[in-house]
Design a protein. Structure first.
Lengths: 113, 113
DNA sequence: AGTAAAACCAACCAAAAGGTATGTACCCTA
DNA sequence: TAGGGTACATACCTTTTGGTTGGTTTTACT
């Protein structure tokens, strides 16, 4: 078992979190689950109309892989897939409110200028 | 019909925060001020050796612009510049710890696989 | 005169992220 | 037979982000 030591910068837990939280769409997707237990692919598409299908797919796949979302596939035709937050995913929700607060303070600033 | 107002997506306060928190270096820079009132440009360079000068300059300029950092220039030769957290900047610090916690949970996961 | 020091800037390039367009599977209904 | 619903995949392109290299400024020291 080769222990190729990644640089500190790559194993840093803050960086890991930024992978989950960063990017244009991930938090927006996660936020849709506030008040919704489960959401289907098509529902998410309607809730976030600006997102492209490629991005939605890509991010849903990633968020499932890192255990933020749980993916439940119903073997039906037409297909039916439900996504829901995992326990870990629920821990991301508080960030959204905090980031919104911070963001509002940033906005006030700009308006003054 | 077509108004020229910014899309909701661009004025969203969460997005604004992600600008401040996102990217490869901003949080790492902000984090250096935990336990240090003021840091000079050169000190930051030593504290974060992997960062390029371009990025350090760019991010310091940005963080000053959005009022996360305060920049104090001493009109000396050779130049002397000190950066410190603003009140707003201090509000970013708690995120770092929270993100580290979340990141550790993400790591545990991967190790299990 | 040559060099060093600190804090930058700008030009150019590479890599990553994101967008657009199109295609796939399968069954059902008209 | 054609078209629609659902959840994707793939190829290609553009935009954004980050890295590399090489300046610039002014003074003091050697």
């Amino acid at each position: 078992m080769e222990k190729k030591e990644k640089k500190l910068i790559d194993t840093c837990p803050v960086r890991k979190s930024l992978d989950v939280i960063g990017g244009k769409w991930k938090l927006l997707i996660i936020g849709q689950f506030f008040g919704a237990d489960m959401l289907r692919y098509g529902e998410l598409k309607k809730l976030i109309p600006e997102i492209s299908e490629k991005m939605l797919n890509q991010e849903l796949k990633y968020l499932s892989k890192v255990n933020i979302l749980h993916k439940k596939v119903y073997p039906e035709i037409p297909p039916k897939v439900e996504y829901s937050l995992t326990d870990l995913g629920r821990q991301v929700i508080p960030f959204i409110g905090m980031l919104a607060d911070l963001g509002n303070k940033l906005e006030e600033l700009e308006e003054k200028v």
